[in-house]
Write a protein that binds this ligand. Structure first.
Ligand code: ATP
Ligand SMILES: O=C(O)[C@@H](O)C(=O)CO
Length: 429
């Protein structure tokens, strides 16, 4: 990116798959977008863009650290001229009562000087809608969805006003769908009412993309918003509609093939990923790691690499640590949740590193934390967005890596259809 280019939108994502989901949404809405891993170093050559999504791995770390890292990203984005910053969280509001959405929002709100922050994880394209402040995943409330069994942050309350209030020092209110359907003026009036009561964060209902377009218009009055790809869509469409950004035609970027061996890694234990692994068994060799051995040391990663070496020359392979909720719970009770998760992530990173050393240039990774560990280990500084594999999951072309080119797909645990792994590989030529 040239130093003179001014960003129309700055984004801070709390995990890497979420960042690529948002970068995909912004690209499809016509914004020239790049995804960086962390705050980019000054010598990273990036094209001229309208939006930068800085990817952090801050969803499941200590709140204090998440705040510090988010603030550093904010400072960089503001210094590049971003008038509005979107803090990208998960569309299933993944967090615990200790944070990190509330603490990061509070800090960025203080920095922005905004009296009011709009918050919505709605992303209708993937079935995430918010009504009366309650988040629905498909047809069920969040607390009845598979997110109740998430390995790191099980979600047991679907009322986001309550969830956010427990994490935040800011008073939280609601803008309901009835206000929203009366248009941007009604939303602004409702926000003024909330503000007069000392409320500084408003969870906003949204069920359809048209709701997000209204939210996007209103959000641009402010310097900060918090939400998932849906609010990204609203902001991007509002930027284009207001003439602040000239819509970029899709396909303006090269999708040149890379070829070479391909592999998939799955560390997500979501229902969607478990089903995708089961479907992949029919079309490619699949190795199920022994999670107990992966925690014990590096032998399991070495075993996986030896297994892959014998097969990857003949076609794609899949290596998965994923287990069912009962098995995950049993493992966590033996080793602790964070220790088990971290050790398995590191085993996945070891495997990714070994695969790339042996020539793999096309890599599909399932799971946000898993993707974070893998991308960090591969020292990839950023990505350009390519074709869309499934809602929220684009093909990514690595930029700034030392050894040639690489294509990746970073899949959020819950995203993608049953054949996701083959769908991804079909587009990653
Ligand atoms: N068999 C297993 N038992 C316990 N934990 C596991 C197992 N396999 C993977 N894990 C851990 O579970 C966590 C899965 O988180 P990850 O973010 O990768 O997936 P996800 O939460 O489904 O995806 P997303 O964050 O994109 O929704 C990681 O910390 C991973 O190491
Ligand atoms: O918003 C989502 O659901 C995803 O982009 C994500 O962040 C999952 O990790």
């Amino acid at each position: 990116m040239t130093p003179a280019a001014k960003l129309s939108l700055g984004c801070i994502a709390d995990d890497y798959t979420g960042a690529s989901d948002l970068a995909n949404t912004l690209t499809r809405a016509g914004l020239r977008t790049v995804q960086t891993i962390g705050v980019p170093p000054d010598d990273l050559a990036l094209p001229e863009v309208d939006a930068v999504v800085v990817s952090l791995k801050s969803r499941s770390i200590e709140a204090r650290l998440a705040v510090t890292r988010s603030r550093a990203a904010e400072k960089w984005l503001r210094s590049r001229g971003a008038a509005h910053i979107l803090f990208k969280i998960c569309s299933t509001f993944d967090s615990t009562d200790a944070g990190n959405i509330g603490p990061v929002m509070d800090a960025l709100r203080a920095d922005s000087g905004d009296a009011m922050v709009l918050v919505t994880p709605a992303f209708p394209e993937t079935g995430r809608t918010v009504y009366q402040g309650n988040l629905f995943v498909g047809s069920v409330p969040l607390n009845e969805s598979p997110l109740k069994d998430h390995p790191l942050n099980p979600m047991h309350d679907s009322n986001l006003v309550r969830v956010l209030a427990r994490q935040s020092g800011t008073k939280v209110g609601l803008v309901d769908l009835a206000s929203l359907t009366r248009g941007a003026g009604a939303v602004r009036a409702r926000l003024a009412e909330l503000s007069a009561k000392g409320i500084g964060a408003a969870v906003i209902d949204a069920v359809f993309d048209r709701d997000l377009e209204i939210i996007g218009q209103v959000a641009l009055d402010h310097r900060l918003s918090v939400g998932a790809s849906g609010i990204g869509l609203g902001l991007a469409r509002a930027l284009v509609a207001s003439g602040r950004v000239k819509r970029e035609a899709l396909g303006a970027r090269t999708d040149a093939a890379i070829g070479g061996p391909a592999a998939c890694l799955a560390g997500s234990c979501s229902q969607a990923t478990l089903q995708q692994i089961a479907s992949a068994e029919a079309v490619m060799p699949v190795l199920h790691l022994d999670p107990e051995r992966a925690i014990a040391g590096q032998d399991e990663a070495q075993r996986a690499l030896a297994w892959a070496k014998d097969r990857v020359g003949d076609g794609p392979v899949l290596i998965a640590s994923s287990s069912t909720p009962d098995e995950v719970a049993a493992l966590q009770s033996r080793h602790g949740r964070d220790a088990a998760g971290h050790a398995i992530e590191q085993a996945m990173a070891d495997i990714a590193e070994g695969l790339v050393q042996s020539g793999v240039r096309r890599l599909v990774v399932a799971g946000g934390e898993t993707s974070g560990a893998v991308v960090d280990r591969l020292r990839i500084p950023g990505f350009l967005v390519g074709a869309e594999i499934a809602a929220g999951v684009p093909v990514l072309r690595a930029v700034g890596i030392k050894n040639g080119e690489m294509l990746l797909a970073l899949k959020s645990g819950n995203f993608g259809g049953p054949q996701f792994f083959s769908d991804a590989l079909n587009l990653m030529r």
